[in-house]
Design a protein around this ligand. Structure first.
Ligand code: SF4
Length: 228
């Protein structure tokens, strides 16, 4: 990845608009409503959570500073409409709000993958927010910021990663309690090596649950190779 932060002293405005980036790459969107679209992924560095199944721990630390203008230029260079801002937890960097707005202004179809632990109120309404609700099996259930649920619109999506039958029953109860299926798409994913896709699919069908089963397309295609 190119380091793109200006070395010129005195560029206060530019440095004020920097974000720490782990990687920017072109791939297929592997999940959620936008699955299958060629998409540019902007992976921001850092996350305050530690889900036991996390597959992007390499984004917890390190990264390089990019100006927002440089990120926009790199995204434009990739030449596709769909952009996914992800992490880590992208909202743990406050200037992510600005980046999302500018990506929308540039005409992109923008989605945001967020842990559900940080307030989403300031996210541009043009962004499709994919909000995790952490189950007990994630070991981060206490981090759910429940006030986010009241902010969801049909443009958003809610995602549960299911680690066990107990997680499934818990998630089913949460979907009913908050009437989530009446607000936006609700996605259930099996946690890799903890619940088989077949098990989860069978549970959903047996219960006629108003949720969308999903598997991570990029893992099927590229075995979760980094940058794909
Ligand atoms: S919120 Fe996402 S990036 Fe952070 S630890 Fe959990 S799975 Fe990993």
């Amino acid at each position: 990845m190119n380091a793109v932060v200006s070395e010129i002293p005195g560029e206060a405005a530019a440095s004020a608009e920097r974000l720490k980036i782990t990687e920017i790459f072109l791939s297929l969107q592997g999940e959620a409503r936008e699955a299958g679209w060629p998409t540019v992924f902007v992976r921001l560095t850092g996350c305050p959570l530690r889900c036991q199944y996390c597959d992007t721990a390499y984004a917890f630390h390190g990264g390089e500073w990019w100006t927002i203008d440089a990120i926009l230029a790199e995204v434009a260079r990739q030449g596709v409409r769909h952009v996914c801002v992800t992490g880590g937890e992208p909202l743990s960097q406050k200037r992510c709000i600005q980046l999302l707005q500018k990506l929308c202004d540039a005409g992109h179809a923008v989605s945001l993958e967020t842990s559900g632990a940080i307030d989403i109120a300031e996210v541009d309404p043009r962004v499709s927010r994919v909000l995790d609700i952490k189950t007990p099996g994630s070991l981060e259930v206490h981090r759910n910021l429940w006030s986010n649920v009241a902010l969801l619109t049909p443009h958003d999506q809610v995602k549960f990663v299911i680690c066990s039958r107990e997680d499934y029953d818990w998630a089913k109860a949460i979907v009913a309690e908050h009437r989530l299926a009446g607000i936006c798409d609700v996605l259930f994913s099996p946690s890799y090596a903890q619940v088989t896709p077949r098990e989860l699919a069978d549970w959903i069908v047996a219960d006629r649950l108003p949720v969308r089963f999903q598997m991570q397309l990029h893992k099927l295609l590229w075995n979760d190779e980094r940058g794909r």
